[in-house]
Design a protein around this ligand. Structure first.
Ligand code: ADP
Ligand code: MG
Length: 683
C-alpha cells in the first residue's frame, strides 16, 4: 500500500531502487554520493591539465567513422571560448542516433559541453568516451558539484539524481535533535548536512567531501550511529522490562566446585564471575556477552554461573555451535559437576530418536545442566525450570538466532561467550544490546605459541616436524584447506590430504574428522585423539572452536592464506593448551596477493587476539567483520568505527538520554533512518 512516504516512480524504477535498499522517500534522502564531479566551471582546452577530469566547451569541426582496426567514431572539436585548442573525441561504441545528433550539432554550430579526462593521444590531445551534452542554447553551468551515487544496472545517474532532488524537495528535513546540543558538539543541522552533501557548493573542499571528513558528513555519521544505538538499546530495554527468576544462592555449590579445581581462578575470571553473579540475582534477564581470547578460561566462568542457577533450584542450558565442541563441554562439565551431585544431560540433534526422547524427558524434569548444540533451541524442548542459557562461541550464532533464543523458554538469563575479541568501538556498536564483560588475562604459566610461515614448496620440512613431534610423544593437528565455494570439494581436499599424509607418514596413526561425518563418528574420532590413540588429526575447520587437547603441540594449517584472521587465531589457539612449547605452522601457496600477505603478516606478528581483531577490522571493515548483512543489526553505511570512535561514544550517550527523556524524538529518528527495518530487532 503506498504511503505518504512512498517513492513516486514507475514500478520498474521502484524495483531497481529496491535493489539499492531504497524503499521510501527518506531512504533516497539518505542515499548519499560516493563522490562528486565539478561541472560548475569550464576551462579551455589549452589550459586543461592532463589526467584529471575537466569540463570544456567546444564546437565540432570534423566527424568521421573509422572502420578498422576497431570501428570507432572520431570527433574533432575546437575550443568554443579560445582561439586555439583542438581535441579529438573518440567513441569506441556508439549508436547511429548519437552520430546523427552530433552531425546535426556540427551543421547548426551548437556547442558541446564535454566532461572527461584529457590525455595525450597519437594525434594530439584526446578524450575517450567523454560525457557530453549538446547545448542548443546558452545553458547556465550548474552552481553545485555534481553528485555521483551508488547505483545499479538500469538506473542511470541522471534519473537517480532527479529522484533524489525531488525527494529532497518533498521530504521532511526537520531537525529532530536539540540545536544547542548539536552546536556544542560541532554537529550541523540535519537539513543543512543532507542538502549540502547532495549538492555541495563548488567552493566546498573536495578532499573533505571525498574523505568524508566534512562537517556535513560528521552529522550524517552521527545520525546513523545514533539510529543504531537507539534500536539496539531499545531492544535491550524492552527485554529488561521482562521478569526473570532471581537466581540468588549462598554460593556453596560454586565454592565446592572451585575447591575441586587444580588451579585458582585468575583475577579476570574472578571479576567476571562477580559481574555475572550480580546479574543472575536480579529480577530481570541477564543479557551479557563474555569476551575473552582463546584459552583464557571462559568455560569455568560459565560453569560457575551454572552452579549459581542450579543451587537456586533452576536448570542451566549450555549450548555450543558444533557437536564436537558441545560434546567436549559435556565431558568436561560432567567430570567437574557430577561428583558434586549435579545431574548433567547430553542432548544433541544426532541422538537416536528413542534416546533423545528419554533425554528430553530428563531435560523436562530432573536434569540440572543440559549440554547440547543448536538443537536445543531449534527443537521444542520443554525445560522444567530453565533459569540460565549459556551460549558458547556466540559469534557463530546470527543475531536472528540470538533473538530466537530470547523467545524461548520464558525469560531465562543469558550468557553469551565469544573468543572473537572485537575492538571496543565495534563492540559498543554491534553489541549495544548486550552488557559486555571481558577476560583480559591468561591463566599463568602458558608458553607462547610460536608461529612459523612456510611456503608450500617446503612441505617436506613440515612433514619432518610432524614426525619429530610425534616421536616426542606429542600430537599434531593438520588443518585442511578451506574451500569456500563447495563443501563437496572441501571434503575431497580433506580426504586427499589425509591420504597423502598417511602415505608420507606410514608409521603414524592418522585420523580424519570433517563436517560430513555423523555426530557419533566425529565423537569417536575426537575421543580417540583425546585418548592419544591418534597421532595426527587431519581436520577441516570443524575443530575451529573450543577443542581442548593439551598434548597437541603442533598445528599445521594448509593454505593458510584462504582463512580469515580470526579463524587462524582460533585455530592456532587449539595448541598451547598444556605446559609445553607449541608451534603453529602456516603453510601458504605462492604467489600471495598483497592482502593475503598482509593478513599472514598480522597473524605472524601478533598473538593477542584483540590486536589481531583491531588490525583485521582495519583491513576488512566492520561489515564483514561482524558477519552477515542479514544479521538484522543495522549496518553502518557511512560511519567508520575506527575513525569515528568519538561519535560512537557520543551517539551511545545521547541514545541512553533520549530513550529516557524524549522517547518521541527517539522514535522519529529511528523512523527516519530505519523505517520498518527496525521491526527486525523487536523481540
Ligand atoms: P576458552 O576461554 O578458550 O573457552 P577454556 O575454558 O577452554 O578456554 O580454557 C582453556 C584451558 O585453560 C582449559 O584447559 C582450562 O581448564 C584451563 N584453565 C582455565 N582457567 C584456568 C586458570 N585460572 N588456571 C589454569 N588453567 C586454567
Ligand atoms: Mg571455549
Amino acid at each position: 500500500m503506498p504511503t505518504a512516504d512512498a517513492i513516486d516512480a514507475p514500478p520498474v524504477i521502484r524495483s531497481r531502487l529496491q535493489k539499492l535498499g531504497l524503499h521510501r522517500r527518506d531512504d533516497l534522502v539518505l542515499h548519499l554520493p560516493l563522490r562528486y564531479e565539478d561541472e560548475t566551471r569550464v576551462t579551455t582546452i589549452a589550459d586543461a591539465p592532463c589526467g584529471t577530469p575537466v569540463q570544456v566547451e567546444a564546437r565540432i569541426i570534423d566527424l568521421s567513422v573509422r572502420p578498422a582496426p576497431r570501428r570507432q567514431l572520431l570527433v574533432r572539436v575546437c575550443d568554443a571560448h579560445a582561439d586555439d585548442g583542438v581535441l579529438d573525441l573518440r567513441f569506441l561504441s556508439f549508436y547511429g542516433s548519437q552520430q546523427r545528433a552530433l552531425e546535426n550539432a556540427r551543421e547548426c554550430g551548437y556547442k558541446l559541453r564535454l566532461f572527461g579526462e584529457i590525455r595525450a593521444g597519437f594525434l594530439g590531445p584526446e578524450m575517450v568516451h567523454p560525457r557530453y551534452r549538446i547545448l542548443a542554447d546558452d545553458e547556465k553551468l550548474p552552481d553545485s558539484l555534481t553528485p555521483v551515487y551508488p547505483t545499479t544496472a538500469g538506473l542511470s545517474q541522471a534519473s537517480l539524481r532527479r529522484l533524489i532532488t525531488r525527494a529532497l524537495h518533498n521530504a521532511d528535513l526537520a531537525e529532530l535533535l536539540d540545536l544547542d546540543w548539536c552546536n556544542r558538539h560541532s554537529l550541523l543541522p540535519f537539513g543543512t548536512a543532507v542538502t549540502l552533501l547532495h549538492a555541495p557548493p563548488p567552493e566546498a573542499s573536495d578532499v573533505a567531501l571525498q574523505t568524508r571528513s566534512h562537517p556535513a558528513w560528521r552529522r550524517i555519521k552521527f545520525d546513523e550511529l545514533l539510529a543504531q544505538q537507539l534500536s539496539l538499546r531499545r531492544a535491550y530495554l524492552a527485554r529488561r522490562r521482562k521478569g526473570a527468576p532471581v537466581l540468588a544462592s549462598a554460593g556453596r555449590l560454586g565454592r565446592r566446585f572451585e575447591a575441586s579445581l587444580p588451579f585458582a581462578l585468575t583475577g579476570a575470571q574472578r571479576r567476571v564471575v562477580a559481574e555475572i553473579a550480580g546479574d543472575l540475582a536480579a529480577p530481570y534477564p541477564m543479557q551479557r556477552l563474555l569476551q575473552g581470547d582463546v584459552g583464557c578460561g571462559k568455560t569455568i566462568v560459565a560453569a560457575l554461573a551454572a552452579c549459581q542457577a542450579i543451587e537456586a533450584g533452576y536448570q542451566a542450558a549450555f549450548m555450543a555451535p558444533t557437536e564436537i565442541l558441545a560434546e567436549q563441554h559435556f565431558l568436561k562439565l560432567q567430570a567437574w559437576l557430577e561428583p558434586l551431585g549435579v545431574e548433567v544431560v547430553w542432548l544433541t540433534g544426532s541422538l537416536r530418536k528413542s534416546v533423545k526422547q528419554a533425554k528430553q524427558l530428563q531435560a523436562a524434569t530432573t536434569a540440572q545442566l543440559i549440554v547440547g548444540t543448536h538443537a536445543l533451541i531449534q527443537e521444542s524442548i520443554d525445560f522444567a525450570r530453565l533459569g540460565l542459557v549459556i551460549v558458547d562461541e556466540q559469534h557463530r550464532f546470527g543475531v536472528v538466532q540470538r533473538l530466537e533464543l530470547r523467545r524461548k523458554g520464558g525469560n531465562p538469563h543469558q550468557l553469551m561467550m565469544s573468543a572473537t575479541p572485537i575492538p571496543r568501538t565495534l563492540a559498543m556498536s554491534y553489541y549495544a544490546d548486550l552488557d559486555v564483560s571481558v577476560i583480559d588475562e591468561m591463566p599463568p604459566g602458558r608458553l607462547p605459541i610460536r608461529t612459523r610461515l612456510f611456503s608450500d614448496s617446503r612441505r617436506e620440512q613440515v612433514i619432518a616436524a610432524v614426525r619429530a613431534v610425534v616421536a616426542g610423544g606429542r600430537q599434531a593437528y593438520w588443518v585442511c584447506p578451506l574451500v569456500e565455494e563447495s563443501a563437496k570439494l572441501e571434503l575431497q581436499a580433506a580426504l586427499e590430504t589425509c591420504a597423502a599424509l598417511s602415505a608420507e607418514l606410514p608409521d603414524l596413526r592418522i585420523g580424519l574428522v570433517h563436517g560430513r561425518l555423523r555426530g557419533d563418528e566425529k565423537a569417536a574420532v575426537m575421543a580417540a585423539f583425546v585418548a592419544g590413540g591418534i597421532d595426527v588429526l587431519v581436520a577441516t575447520t570443524v575443530i575451529e572452536v573450543g577443542v581442548d587437547v593439551a598434548n597437541a603441540t603442533l598445528m599445521v594449517i594448509e593454505h593458510a592464506e584462504r582463512f580469515g584472521l580470526s579463524q587462524l587465531h582460533q585455530l592456532r589457539g587449539r595448541v598451547g593448551r598444556g605446559r609445553d612449547d607449541s608451534v603453529c605452522v602456516l603453510l601458504y601457496q605462492q604467489p600471495l596477493s598483497p592482502t593475503a600477505r598482509a593478513r599472514l603478516k598480522i597473524i605472524f606478528e601478533n598473538t593477542d587476539g584483540f590486536e589481531i581483531a583491531r588490525q583485521d577490522l582495519h583491513l576488512r571493515g566492520p561489515g564483514e567483520f561482524v558477519g552477515s548483512r542479514q544479521s538484522g543489526v543495522p549496518m553502518l553505511r557511512y560511519a567508520d568505527l575506527e575513525g569515528d570512535a568519538d561519535l560512537v561514544e557520543l551517539a551511545q550517550a545521547l541514545a541512553v538520554h533520549l530513550l529516557h527523556a524524549d522517547p518521541m524524538c527517539a522514535r522519529r529518528h529511528l523512523r527516519r533512518w530505519l523505517g520498518n527495518r527496525e521491526e527486525l530487532l523487536k523481540a
